[in-house]
Write a protein that binds this ligand. Structure first.
Ligand code: XCC
Length: 653
């Protein structure tokens, strides 16, 4: 690290207390170590980037500054047009990221179906057949490869469709499909919607902020009910549908005497192979021959979530811990794929022996070694990476190693199929017990807490404070992404947490079923599973006939990525209110702000709200849920009735 970088790192890092920036003890320890080791992290850089633009970017006639004296840009666009345009582009960016992830999986399924998938297989035939039935692909009496090929072709056409609405929309309740038709926001092909977003927002095209914002919702639906949904479905087919697994989370999962390899990003194809290869006797023997006690494979961000929910592989941390993981001095290799991998990683790694490896040709970083991942040779690629990490073990500097002790046990892997099974068993898998618990008031409602962590606020703090409050108030909390990891690190993803903090009604349900009060449903693309769960609630009956009727709310407390904006939009367009911990960059336009925070309620039955404090969010959620329960006629006080054996059997697996 250069002298100036070292100096500035120290200055910035000394300017704050670690405890004010991060919530868990492992991260506090690593931030303090970063000061000692003179390493710059996002927690220092955020202080030099405090001013935020309320308008976004402009074209090259500008940059135009909209002020009371100059209310229009050079082209004549006013604040509404400029803000709406930039917002649409942000949503399109998020949709593109999720959907490109989905596309790669679809192309892999296409190859597997034709016997060209190398080491990949159809791991979950029931998931394949379930998906085929949902999409109207004939499956009975046909070989799985033939079914997979038809399904893959259908999914490919979801990306290329030019005029017809996405077939995936049919998975939504009928009433909601009607809303989309009426509001004319049914997306066609995913790629087409993203291209159209870029076209509409080019200078001199769409200037009506309402028309622009409607496209933001249209393109977002191409994510939640398109790209992301397809990504989750195909991941389940290729790698297995998640079911509850035990594991651990936080930096303490790294081994003091093992070769530590971290996977980071979002796409599961390579990490699946690393999971397999890391358990092979030859690889373990190689690690031992290098003087280690074995290998520890762990993850960061959503690649971590993908292999956690399927294999129980431990999670080292969430978004804001990627630099801190390297600062432990104990990571031999950090392997990135796509999305959320900070460009600062190679610079942080310079202070240690960690090798940062990029693997996707769409995501290279100066300073990383690039090892292109070849799906055709996936297992071989994985083995080679592990051997390279093992060879790096000898370069670990014991004086620089400090692995925090903190890690917490967790249970994750709650796919909709797994929830159904837990609630009803193999022969009567169903959401009925959940719906009944909501109707009786034992559970007040469903809250999805999703999204990132953000160094502009103390990391994990809002997510966890809100989660605890909601569990106390008898809400079942569904989680994905880094929000799920945040809760894992405080022990909220264990059945024991229900006994400790859940309200009485909810605690009985958790106890009877044996679930944690907070269900980890997967990665960012798996937010589509939250829509799937809400749809199951509607289809099960008794809680309305539209997603907007269900007592459910989405929250993105510490969000930061364009993907999170896309997720928020498809929740709102699906009729589910979304609470944000901090606002979008739309403050420059009152009209855009009003449209997103109020007018969408008339269009979709839901809107965005901003609550900067967790307590405020909890109150807002109560208000929304009570309103929904009243409309359903179920807002009576829950009868306080202890479960007898008969009730338990009705809930039990
Ligand atoms: Fe985490 Fe998914 Fe956010 Fe990235 S965006 S920081 S939730 S890893 Ni999805």
């Amino acid at each position: 690290m250069s002298e100036t970088a070292t100096g500035s790192a120290k200055d910035k890092l000394l300017a704050f207390k670690a405890e004010d920036r991060v919530s868990d003890p492992a991260s506090v320890e690593m931030l303090d170590k970063a000061v000692t080791d003179c390493v710059d992290t996002c927690f220092g850089r955020v202080d030099t980037q405090r001013s935020v633009c309320a308008f976004g970017k402009n074209c090259y006639l500008g940059p135009c500054r909209i002020t009371p004296k100059a209310p229009r840009g050079v082209c004549g666009a006013n604040a509404d047009t400029i803000v709406a345009r930039n917002y649409v582009r942000e949503v399109a960016g998020g949709v593109a990221a999720h959907s490109d992830h989905g596309r790669r999986l679809v192309l892999l399924l296409h190859k597997v179906a034709q016997g060209r998938g190398g080491s990949y297989r159809i791991a979950d035939e029931p998931a394949l057949r379930r998906a085929a039935r949902a999409y109207g692909v004939e499956e009975q009496g046909r070989a799985k490869e033939a079914v997979a090929l038809d399904l893959a072709n259908l999914f490919i056409s979801e990306f290329n469709r030019q005029e017809d609405p996405l077939a995936t929309l049919k998975l939504a309740p009928n009433r909601r499909q009607g809303v989309w038709r009426k509001r004319e926001v049914q997306p066609s092909g995913i790629d087409r919607m993203v291209v159209e977003a870029l076209h509409r927002t080019h200078i001199g095209v769409d200037h009506d902020y309402r028309n622009l914002l409607l496209h933001a919702f249209r393109v977002s639906l191409a994510d939640g009910w398109g790209g992301s949904r397809i990504a989750s479905i195909v991941s389940d087919i290729l790698f297995g549908t998640p079911s509850p697994v035990r594991s651990r989370a936080n930096l303490g999962v790294l081994g003091a005497k093992t070769v530590n390899i971290l996977v980071h990003g979002h796409e599961p194809a390579l990490s699946e192979m690393l999971a397999i290869a890391s358990r092979e006797p030859e690889i373990v023997a190689a690690a031992k021959a290098a003087g280690a006690e074995g290998l520890t494979l762990a993850g960061i961000c959503c690649t971590a979530n993908e292999i956690l929910i399927r294999h129980g592989i431990p999670v080292a941390g969430n978004f804001l811990q990627q630099e801190l993981a390297i600062i432990t001095g104990a990571v031999e290799m950090l392997i990135t794929d796509v999305q959320c991998c900070l460009p600062s990683l190679p610079e942080v790694a310079q202070a240690y022996h960690t090798e940062v490896i990029s693997t996707s040709d769409t995501a290279k970083t100066i300073g990383s070694s690039h090892v292109p991942f070849d799906e055709g040779n996936a297992l071989e690629n994985a083995r080679a990476l592990l051997r390279r990490a093992i060879a790096n073990f000898k370069n670990r500097n014991p004086r620089k190693v400090a692995i925090p002790k903190a890690s917490q046990p967790l249970v994750a892997g709650f796919s909709v199929a797994a929830i159904k099974y837990m609630l009803g068993g193999t022969y009567r898998a169903s959401f009925r017990p959940l719906n009944d618990a909501i109707i009786q008031g034992r559970i007040k409602g469903l809250v999805g807490i999703v999204g990132c962590t953000n160094p502009r606020t103390k990391s994990d703090a809002y997510v966890n404070a809100l989660t605890r409050e909601l569990v106390k108030r008898d809400f079942i909390v569904l989680k994905t992404g880094c929000a799920a990891i945040a809760s894992a690190k405080t022990g909220l993803l264990t059945p024991e947490a229900a006994l400790e903090i859940a309200g009485p009604g909810f605690r009985e349900v958790c106890e009877a079923v044996g679930i944690p009060p907070v269900l980890h449903m997967g990665s960012c693309v798996d937010n589509s599973r939250l829509l799937e769960a809400a749809t199951e609630v509607v289809l099960e009956g008794g809680l309305g006939d539209d997603l907007a009727d269900v007592p459910a709310v989405g929250v993105a407390p510490e969000w930061m990525s364009e993907k999170a904006i896309a997720i928020g939009c498809y929740f709102v367009a699906s009729g589910i209110d979304v609470i944000l911990g901090h606002p979008f960059h739309i403050g420059g336009s009152e009209n855009v702000t009003r449209f997103l925070n109020q007018e969408t309620r008339e269009l979709f039955g839901a809107s965005f709200q901003v609550c900067t404090e967790p307590q405020e969010a909890a109150e807002k959620i109560m208000e929304i849920i009570v309103r929904k329960r009243e409309r359903l006629g179920i807002n009576r006080q829950a009868e306080r009735k202890l479960y007898d054996m008969k009730d338990r059997r009705a809930l039990d697996v």
